[in-house]
Ligand binder design. Structure first.
Ligand SMILES: Cc1cc2nc3c(=O)[nH]c(=O)nc-3n(C[C@H](O)[C@H](O)[C@H](O)COP(=O)(O)OP(=O)(O)OC[C@H]3O[C@@H](n4cnc5c(N)ncnc54)[C@H](O)[C@@H]3O)c2cc1C
Length: 480
């Protein structure tokens, strides 16, 4: 007889991984099915990575409730899961009398949502952010906003879930979900099938399509693309807060922000797109430059190291859909999880795990460990710690990525953890080699060789990301 899982989670984005982590607090059997060769390879790794404070969503909406709670949970989550997180605060800036009025309304919203916010006048604002456009009027400061590594948040949620017993199947695209009134049957594209008492649909951009297999849904995902510039970490003090434009009738404008690795991002645009379109376009990026100049007139684009885009799973009903199916109880649809989904992820994960726990009357897992094993980060060590660690393991003395200062020891560790890296992109997301100025030109071959050695395969079998994306076709010189 096939194993009957307590719950199958479809989708290993930040939402599915968060649900998995919080479900692992209970005794049960849980399986995550992810179609890619790693977790977090879609929207969860291509976004602004802001842990929004929650001042902005309409009070009473799911977005407001989960964002505010997620923001409060994030510092502890980041600490337990060893995720880079900086509480740098956000400033939402006005440039006209009309926008000053909007700020007043947003202050009211912040109060209703229970979010700390303070109005900052022109002179103080320019002292806080000297590179801001001097035509700025005022700003709302939300000190609880922050920036996080979206890659590490997602991966480490999953690592923690697996440490606590959750199973993960990569390269497992779900094609069909069926319900016989008692048991759910989840069939992959490959034909392989799994059975469960409950299903959590966390399929991101495709969550509406999965939900529609079992329900007559009244919502759908509206894909909207956002393009960005990434600037290298050239100066820690260039911009300290996340700078937002004041929202207008036309849109939310763009942001300029440090990232958790002290790079800077400028973006995102907001364009109609298909669910799979993550291209960037020169003409759109030129418009982005013009828009962002209103916020920060002198943006050093000569520090630009990359452009990227992500696709939002916007909601046709204007809010997150987080509900148990009425027609097929036991199916939990987490659909249209647009921004602020990343910021909301711990709160959504905890809430949905509790829905499943209540449904199945699961007991608390007495062995649940909320922490993952701490990473050794070369750049965070003082000289004495460094010398001690290198003595114990000389691989920590060999720098592989010079731009981001990542050692061989860190890469080997990232490969051998639960939810470990098995691709070049997987190593890049976890540790940043390839994210720096040279974009992997110098370190990529070494990363491939380390992956091959540690996974006991040949270098030409190492994929960039998904299956069949090998970089090395054959070995020219023999040996490696
Ligand atoms: C431009 C942009 C900016 C954003 N900025 C922010 C921000 O600053 N702060 C914030 O809080 N939020 C932000 N967001 C929103 C945030 O990124 C999302 O809310 C969040 O990543 C959604 O996570 P998810 O797990 O629902 O979706 P995803 O990350 O897309 O994960 C879904 C997963 O399901 C898998 N999947 C899909 N179909 C199947 C299938 N059939 N079988 C198996 N697996 C499947 C996919 O491969 C994917 O890994 C932004 C989004 C964008 C695009």
């Amino acid at each position: 007889m096939e194993k009957l899982y307590d719950s199958i989670i479809i989708g290993g984005g930040v939402i599915g991984c968060a649900v998995a982590r919080y479900l692992s607090r209970y005794n049960g059997s849980f399986l995550v099915l992810e179609k890619h060769n790693d977790v977090g390879d879609e929207t969860s790794s291509a976004n602004s990575a802001i842990v929004h404070s929650g001042y902005d969503p309409k009070p009473g909406t799911k977005k407001a409730i989960f964002n505010v709670k997620g923001n409060k949970m994030m510092p502890q989550v980041a600490e337990e899961l060893d995720v880079p997180f900086i509480k740098n605060g956000s400033l939402t800036v006005s440039f006209s009398d009309e926008e000053d009025e909007t700020l007043k309304e947003l202050m009211e919203r912040a109060k209703e949502n229970g979010v700390r916010a303070e109005l900052i006048e022109h002179d103080e604002l320019l002292k806080m952010e000297p590179n801001l456009n001097p035509e700025a009027h005022k700003a709302i400061l939300c000190p609880d906003a922050g920036v996080i590594s979206p890659f590490n948040l997602c991966v480490n949620f999953m690592e923690n879930a697996m440490d606590n017993g959750v199973e993960l199947r990569l390269n497992s695209k779900v094609e069909k979900v069926e319900h016989d009134g008692d048991i759910f049957r989840v069939t992959l594209e490959s034909g392989e099938a799994f059975e469960a008492k409950t299903v959590v649909n966390a399929a991101g951009l495709y969550s509406d399509e999965i939900a529609a297999q079992l329900d007559d849904i009244n919502y759908h995902v509206v894909p909207r693309k956002g393009e960005y510039y990434v600037l290298d970490h050239f100066n820690e003090n260039w911009v300290k807060h996340t700078l937002f434009m004041c929202p207008t009738k036309v849109g939310k404008g763009v942001l300029v922000s440090p990232t958790s690795s002290l790079d800077y991002i400028v973006g995102p645009t907001n364009e109609e797109a298909s669910k799979t379109d993550t291209s960037t376009e020169a003409s759109v990026l030129a418009e982005l430059k013009a828009t962002a100049a209103k916020l920060v007139p002198q943006i050093p684009y000569f520090e630009n190291i990359r452009q990227f885009s992500g696709v939002r799973a916007n909601s046709s009903v204007g809010d997150f859909v987080i509900e148990e199916s009425k027609k097929n109880p036991g199916m939990f649809n987490l659909a249209c999880i647009m921004s602020p989904g990343l910021a909301s992820s711990p709160a959504i994960g905890e809430y949905v795990a509790d829905l499943v726990k209540d449904k199945l009357h699961l007991e608390v897992n007495p062995n649940f460990n909320p922490r993952i094993r701490k990473h050794i980060r070369f750049t965070k060590l003082d000289r004495d710690e460094y010398n001690k660690i290198v003595k114990e393991n000389p691989k920590y003395g060999k720098v592989i990525c010079r731009c981001e200062t990542v050692t061989e020891g860190e890469i080997v560790d990232a490969i051998h953890r639960n939810c470990g890296a098995r691709t070049v992109k997987g190593v890049k997301k976890r540790l940043r080699p390839g994210f720096g100025k040279c974009q992997g030109t110098f370190c990529q071959n070494d990363v491939i060789k380390i992956l091959a050695r540690e996974l006991n395969v040949s270098p030409d079998e190492i994929n960039y990301s998904d299956l069949n994306t090998q970089i090395m076709k054959y070995d020219v010189k023999g040996g490696n």
